[in-house]
Design a protein around this ligand. Structure first.
Ligand code: HAM
Length: 428
């Protein structure tokens, strides 16, 4: 039986898997500097958590959830995003009783039954942050800047930040009424999704990708004319902070995002490579006021964002194929077979305990084959263990880049590698 990989899923290994890990580590380190702490939540939840929060009118809930009934008859879904789960965890554990805002970051796999294409998977990885419990345009600006600066620090030469306000609930009510009025005569000619959106959440029509519908959307009323004074002021304050901090942005009046829980500011990060590769948003987020309350907690405002790590990884490799550390080995231990294998085994183990990356083979290969293997594994040094070396407690150490070989006494090995690997890393 030849098992096929499932559509929309992928295997990552070698440098690719290493890059994903490195991106997660970099983003985690940055989130820590903004005062976020990690949170871990389950991969699946009650389906209703997502229908209530992400929203009945969203494509995610409508078409893309991996839902099933478990053996106990419960309706379960694999998480299509993480924000709802974080809110549920805050309510379950009554974390809202702690000092606010709560600032959490997470990284995990999420599932959406979408049509697979470049940068679009059915199982993918999101890294995100949620700042919960305090409404402040400073916190919104801080989250926007965290996302923007993270992408620059990861190696993107430029980030296109799209930003918009969808106002407070009163602004949205007025705006939705105006949109309904505007789209009414076109409704029956628009795509099936938009006909549904017209009834469930007319705002979502602005997000439609169909070219025909886009022509109609181009002349639709704009939110700015329906904002309450306080919503307008709130957005202006965020924009002012971005200006002060010299963060470039584009105000996109049609940016409404694909999830129902947002209010006030929403934003997305985009990047187009020199070769014109555009995988869609690298990340996105926004302010939300009612989500915690909707999942059973107190009414507290929040802001958050999430990145798609696969899209980031693909584009970073496109920008600079050598941008990340490769899977490398510091020391490859080469032995002569028989009893020297045992010595090599213990030597490798003690060097690993000193913090070096050490590899070796237990197969009977001649020295030449072992040195070739060491080079394929991108080892910096070969440490040669023969019978004489064992007797004299002195080993041959070969620099695999320069091919120079020196003898180093057992007790000097750690210092030697410390010093020379440091040089290598600096040069490399
Ligand atoms: P989202 O925009 O649905 O937001 O997803 C965030 C990111 O996940 C996207 O910008 C994109 O990079 C990536 N992504 C989405 N779908 C796919 C896919 N099929 N394949 C690969 N990558 C994908 C959220 O999920 C919100 N929870 C963000 C948030 C947090 N808002 C507030 N807090």
């Amino acid at each position: 039986m030849n098992y096929q990989i499932q559509r929309g899923t992928y295997d990552a290994y070698g440098d690719d898997a290493m890059n994903m890990k490195k991106i997660e580590e970099t983003l985690s380190a940055i989130a820590l500097t903004y005062g976020y702490v990690p949170i871990h939540i389950p991969t699946y939840e009650q389906t209703e958590l997502f229908t209530r929060s992400v929203g009945e009118s969203s494509d995610i809930v409508n078409k893309e959830m991996f839902s099933f009934v478990d053996k106990g008859g419960r309706n379960i879904s694999l998480r299509p995003e993480m924000t709802a789960g974080v809110m549920r965890a805050i309510v379950t554990n009554k974390l809202y009783a702690q000092d606010l805002p709560l600032k959490f970051f997470y990284c995990g796999n999420v599932f959406r039954y979408e049509r697979p294409q470049a940068g679009r998977y059915r199982e993918f990885t999101q890294f995100g942050v949620e700042c919960v419990g305090v409404s402040s345009y400073y916190l919104d600006a801080e989250a926007i800047m965290l996302g923007y600066n993270s992408l620059l620090m990861l190696g993107f030469p430029k980030v296109i930040l799209k930003i918009n306000t969808i106002g407070d609930s009163l602004s949205r009510e007025n705006y939705k009424a105006a949109l309904k009025e505007y789209f009414k005569p076109y409704k029956n000619t628009m795509c099936e999704d938009c006909q549904r959106r017209y009834d469930t959440n007319v705002l979502r029509i602005l997000d439609c990708k169909s070219e025909e519908d886009q022509k109609i959307i181009a002349n639709a009323p704009k939110i700015e004319n329906y904002l309450t004074d306080s919503a307008k002021e709130y957005f202006q304050k965020i924009i002012k902070i971005l200006d002060e901090c010299q963060i470039e942005y584009e105000i996109d009046p049609n940016l409404v995002r694909g999830l129902d829980y947002y209010s006030q500011v929403v934003f997305e990060y985009h990047f187009v490579s020199d070769q014109g590769v555009n995988l869609g948003a690298l990340g996105g987020g926004g302010h939300y006021d009612n989500l915690l309350h909707d999942v059973g907690g107190p009414s507290l405002s929040s802001v958050g964002l999430a990145f798609g790590l696969e899209r980031i990884n693909t584009l970073l490799k496109e920008i600079d194929p050598d941008c990340y550390e490769k899977t490398t080995v510091d020391i490859f231990v080469v032995h002569m077979g028989n009893e020297t294998i045992e010595h090599a085994f213990y030597l490798a183990s003690s060097l690993r305990n000193e913090g070096f990356t050490v590899d070796l083979t237990y197969e009977n290969k001649n020295i030449g084959a072992q040195l070739k293997l060491a080079t394929r594994k991108k080892a910096s040094f070969a440490l040669i263990v023969g019978e004489n070396e064992i007797k004299e407690h002195t080993y041959g150490v070969k620099n695999l880049l320069t091919q120079e070989q020196v003898n180093v006494a057992y007790e000097d090995l750690v210092d030697y590698f410390d010093e020379h690997l440091m040089e290598e890393h600096h040069e490399g």
